[in-house]
Design a binder for this molecule. Structure first.
Ligand SMILES: Cc1cc2nc3c(=O)[nH]c(=O)nc-3n(C[C@H](O)[C@H](O)[C@H](O)COP(=O)(O)OP(=O)(O)OC[C@H]3O[C@@H](n4cnc5c(N)ncnc54)[C@H](O)[C@@H]3O)c2cc1C
Length: 341
């Protein structure tokens, strides 16, 4: 995967003397790093995980994105001169204000690392967990960064209709699940992952239940989940998303035994600060507010990728990272700052 498009390792690049910090080594941050290093800026990338790549490495399974190509692209960035600071969580290990003061420009590309909850009884039982956390832990273990191996037995329930839910099904199988149930509250034709992915899951042996919503997780021994109570849904009038609103069908409740549940009800943007801190405003969706040149409300600080759009795809995240890098290059040349809707 190519992150540096305009220069190669070993090439003589005239230094500008300007320093740029990038927070988040996912596709948006890496694509921006590739543009900035090739024009001669000093580039430092800060990331909370032990290896760069973000969801490219720790989220998306190998069969969709082979890691060899991603790692090649990252190694190329290192050879050209990008400095990576891994295991460094901004807001915990280092203060954003200190970074802003040290660098001429900062790009925030921290993605969407918080999972929505279903807000149903029993969601705190052992064995009920965020699908994203499970997927990341699975990859951390697979690549040698985590001793504890996430493993399942018996029937695992996955809840959701996006790529996280789909990939959680495949990975749960790899982690030992004997049977996998997928519950999605709408129908596959309006699922964010697309109907084809549902078909592939069925061919893989997953029992797909559309128009089905968990309403309670039930404990067995101790605090361990042993069953799910769910309800069937029908489609009603369109909601704010433009899709038909799922409406519960009274009296259609049923109970299934499960050994674990992976919740993939959507991810929320995770800027490394609260709204307004450092003079940087967020939107009501917790994404970072930016103008058309990826400028935040704080001079010299830019943002790109899923942290400004909400959960998206690799292509748009990389394209956004590159456009933000162009805006940073322009700012470092002209010193001009403003706000253009
Ligand atoms: C399971 C799953 C499967 C997917 N499958 C596909 C697919 O097949 N095709 C596709 O196009 N898209 C897919 N996507 C979506 C795609 O991965 C994202 O849209 C894309 O990775 C977003 O890029 P990003 O750089 O904005 O954020 P991320 O990739 O999330 O990277 C953000 C980086 O910021 C770091 N970070 C976060 N907070 C901090 C902090 N406080 N301090 C330091 N570092 C921090 C994280 O460690 C991470 O490395 C999938 C997503 C998931 C979850």
């Amino acid at each position: 995967m190519k992150f540096a498009r305009k220069c190669k390792p070993g090439e003589d690049i005239k230094k500008t003397g300007k320093k740029v910090a990038i927070i988040g080594a996912g596709p948006a941050g890496l694509a921006a790093a590739g543009e900035l290093i090739c024009v001669g800026h000093e580039v430092h990338v800060y990331d909370m995980l032990p290896e760069p790549g973000g969801l490219l490495v720790f989220g998306i399974p190998e069969f969709r994105i082979p890691k060899k190509g991603v790692r090649q692209g990252i190694n190329e960035l290192k050879e050209i001169g990008v400095v990576f600071h891994q295991n460094t969580k901004v807001g915990r290990d280092i203060d954003l204000e200190d970074i802003i003061k040290e660098f001429d420009a900062v790009l925030i590309a921290t993605g969407t690392w918080k999972s929505r909850k279903l807000n149903v009884p029993g969601e705190k039982l052992d064995g009920v967990m965020s699908a994203l956390e499970f997927i990341v832990d699975f990859h951390l273990h697979k690549y040698g960064y985590l001793d504890h191996e996430p493993r399942f037995q018996g029937t695992v329930l996955v809840v959701g209709g996006g790529l996280t839910a789909v990939d959680a099904c495949y990975i749960a199988k790899e982690a030992g699940a004997e049977k996998i149930l997928l519950y999605y509250r709408r129908t596959r034709d309006v699922a964010p992952a697309g109907a084809k992915e549902f078909e592939k899951l069925e061919n893989f042996g997953v029992e797909v239940n559309e128009l089905t919503q968990p309403i309670e997780f039930i404990a067995g021994e101790g605090k361990k989940v042993a069953a799910v109570k769910a309800i069937r849904m029908k489609l009603g009038e369109p909601d704010s998303s433009g899709r038909p609103r799922p409406v519960p069908i009274e009296g259609s409740e049923f109970v299934r035994e499960i050994t674990a549940a992976l919740i993939a009800a959507g991810e929320i943007a995770t800027p490394p600060f609260e709204n307004g801190k450092y003079g940087i405003e967020l939107t009501k969706w917790n994404t970072i507010k930016t103008d058309k040149k990826y400028r935040t409300t704080r001079k010299g600080v830019f943002a790109a990728g899923d942290v400004i759009t909400g959960p998206s795809l690799i292509g748009p995240a990389m394209a956004g990272g590159r456009r933000a890098a162009s805006a940073i290059i322009e700012y470092l040349e002209t010193g001009e700052w403003g706000w253009e809707e």
